[in-house]
Write a protein that binds this ligand. Structure first.
Ligand code: R5P
Length: 296
């Protein structure tokens, strides 16, 4: 018990100052509960409103992906430069030190390996476990137009229901099948469906006319990096995505498969958080990478 308040000083209720009632900084996110917003606020930087999420969950269906054979060696040095880590709970528990104060986005779906039909996913993690490891969001893919479209949509909606019970945002990932056209019309459909079905954040691919994709999606969009590109091209893609309304990147191979991954993630940060032009960020990459002869 504290002592009774016997101070003689006059109390100050600041009656001339109305209490602030600020809107939450993220698009479409004002009506969530405190814990839900707090988790989003750990993924997204409240100054820039954006995030650099480092994706290295690829092993959940394709095993030791190039660059991820030893995440303890290749990923841990990158972690300090990421705002959030997107990973599986297996790698989280086995390799990520709990003292690393980073937001985590946990892959919550799984099932088929790369040898089978990928759209045949199910929810592969209990929400209680996401809470147990203090995750900031959980992720599942939606295969719009895919063989198991409805099943993957139900994975998302079930995860959203479970997440809403505990204040856990869901990242909806738009998976584009091998035979599907990756254009604005398709990406608008898939991203909008994810948002309508309750995803708090949507991850998708950058396509021409991307501003129509972000305009039609009521929640923040982050872009996946996709296959490894020359560094300058990856930085140009990130820049254009941000310019056209993306709230950040959820980038994997274009960072961890880079010739100089730490230099690359630093350059990506500059583009995402400081609107640095890609050519300038590429110069920074070269300087940090000490690869003066590197070709774009
Ligand atoms: C795909 O399996 C995962 O969701 C990845 O996190 C996603 O594809 C982003 O990684 P990348 O930038 O390598 O495409």
């Amino acid at each position: 018990m504290p002592e009774a308040d016997v101070s003689k000083a006059e109390k100050n209720y600041y009656t001339d100052q109305p209490q602030k009632n600020e809107a939450f900084f993220l698009k479409g996110s004002n009506n969530y509960d405190w814990g839900f917003k707090n988790r989003l606020g750990r993924i997204f930087n409240c100054e820039s409103g954006r995030t650099v999420m480092l994706a290295f969950d690829h092993g959940y269906f394709q095993g030791p992906t190039t660059g991820l054979e030893r995440p303890d060696i290749t990923i841990l040095p990158l972690a300090p430069f990421a705002d959030a880590l997107m990973l599986t709970r297996g790698i989280l528990r086995s390799l990520i030190p709990p003292s690393l104060a980073k937001a985590t986005v946990l892959r919550a779906s799984g099932g088929p390996s790369i040898l089978k039909e990928l759209s045949n996913e199910h929810i592969a993690m209990n929400m209680e476990d996401a809470v147990r490891v203090n995750a900031c969001a959980v992720a599942t893919q939606v295969f719009v137009g895919g063989e198991n479209e409805t099943q993957s949509v139900m994975n998302l909606t079930n995860l959203v229901d479970a997440g809403n019970r505990v204040g856990m945002p869901v990242l909806g990932v738009t998976a584009v099948g091998k035979d599907m056209v990756r254009d604005a019309k398709y990406i608008r459909l898939a991203t909008r469906m994810c948002a309508e079905l309750g995803a708090a954040v949507v991850k998708t691919y950058f396509v021409p006319e991307f501003e129509t994709v972000t305009a039609a999606c009521p929640v923040p969009i982050v872009i996946a990096g996709g296959k490894k590109l020359p560094e300058l091209d990856a930085l140009k893609m990130a820049y254009e995505a941000i310019r056209q309304g993306a709230a950040g990147v959820d980038m994997g191979r274009n960072i961890f498969q880079s010739e100089a991954p730490v230099a690359m993630i630093k350059a990506v940060r500059k583009v995402v958080h400081d609107n640095m032009k890609p050519e300038q960020a590429f110069e920074l990459f070269l300087a940090h990478a000490n690869l003066k002869k590197h070709k774009a």
